[in-house]
Design a protein around this ligand. Structure first.
Ligand SMILES: [Zn+2]
Length: 319
């Protein structure tokens, strides 16, 4: 089964492989990949901890929400629906000494090696998500208050000061904090069946997250990327066509999916639509019939006829 598109981390890995070893662009993307995978690990810690949430009252938890209001898209890590309040839960996997300066709204980390690093204030992000959910529920005629909880998931983190407006804790304190928030809202409004209806509505309204082409997102010059079909073993562009299969000239690995992977990398890096010629120059495969076959295998959308044909990824795909 051929994959339909690359995930964000796969796209970053591909971009890193194709950039010159000591370029600033490559080290920037390496840092970005590190942060994203750290975030994903943090989210997993949070999900694992939430197993300990047990309440006599009814509740529903929905993870990885991509919702939108008009043109305003948001991504919310976790949403806990209870009969009294909906709680937006966001995780941050940042290690070191963490400080919220409530006078300036600044958030920073003090690290023994790197010193002071100012970062986007996650409390402001969660306030925005709470405001979003209030509007979203109102728009769908659901009367339920919304609150938020910010959870720091890094094992080596120390909260030196807290934000004023958003409850904040570390993973091991999360369950207690959730009950404290729920207790702030004494009146239950919803029953189990109506909570389930809200859950289904939220699940049905998920909008697929559309990934921007990587060169656009990070402002990277297209010419910096190396071309060719990469070997997953040697991590070099040494895969070539040999009769009916694809082989690495370095290690002999046979990988029939490698050229399809290269086409998907082209889409992840540069977006679409794309022509047969562009894929020829990106993969270094100088045979328009072979490329046509690859593009057909991938079940892409097409426009234009014959030599003017362009291909693009079908919309509404999971990325
Ligand atoms: Zn190889």
């Amino acid at each position: 089964m051929i994959k339909l598109s690359l995930s964000r981390t796969e796209a970053l890995e591909a971009a890193i492989r194709r950039l010159p070893t000591h370029s600033p662009e490559r080290s920037f993307l390496e840092k970005e990949l590190y942060n994203i995978t750290a975030g994903m690990r943090g989210e997993q810690r949070l999900m694992k901890k939430l197993i300990e949430f047990y309440s006599q009252e009814k509740y529903e938890i929905i993870w990885n929400n991509s919702l939108s209001l008009g043109n305003w898209p948001v991504q919310i890590d976790g949403l806990l629906l209870t009969s009294r309040v909906a709680i937006v839960i966001e995780s941050k996997n940042i290690s070191g000494e963490l400080h919220f300066d409530n006078d300036t709204g600044e958030f920073y980390r003090i690290d023994s090696l790197a010193g002071k690093t100012v970062m986007d204030n996650p409390a402001i992000q969660i306030e925005k998500h709470v405001r979003f959910m209030k509007n979203w529920l109102r728009e769908h005629a659901i009367i339920l208050p919304v609150d938020g909880l910010l959870v720091f998931t890094a094992k080596q983190s120390e909260l030196k000061s807290l934000p004023q407006n958003i409850r904040t804790c570390r993973t091991h304190q999360m369950i207690e904090r959730l009950f404290q928030i729920i207790n702030d809202y004494p009146t239950p409004t919803y029953t189990k069946s109506s909570l389930l209806t809200i859950r289904r509505l939220i699940e049905n309204k998920q909008t697929p997250y559309i990934q921007k082409p990587l060169i656009e997102q990070y402002s990277i010059q297209p010419y910096l990327f190396n071309t060719g079909v990469y070997c997953t073993h040697c991590r070099t562009p040494t895969i070539k066509k040999h009769r009916r299969t694809w082989l690495c000239e370095e290690c002999g690995l046979e990988d029939k999916k490698a050229p399809h992977q290269a086409v998907l990398e082209h889409f992840a890096l540069f977006g679409g639509p794309v022509s047969n010629k562009e894929i020829r120059s990106f993969t270094g495969i100088n045979d328009r019939h072979v490329i046509k076959r690859l593009l057909t295998d991938l079940d892409l959308s097409k426009e234009g006829a014959k030599k003017n044909r362009n291909y693009f990824l079908k919309k509404n795909r999971d990325t």
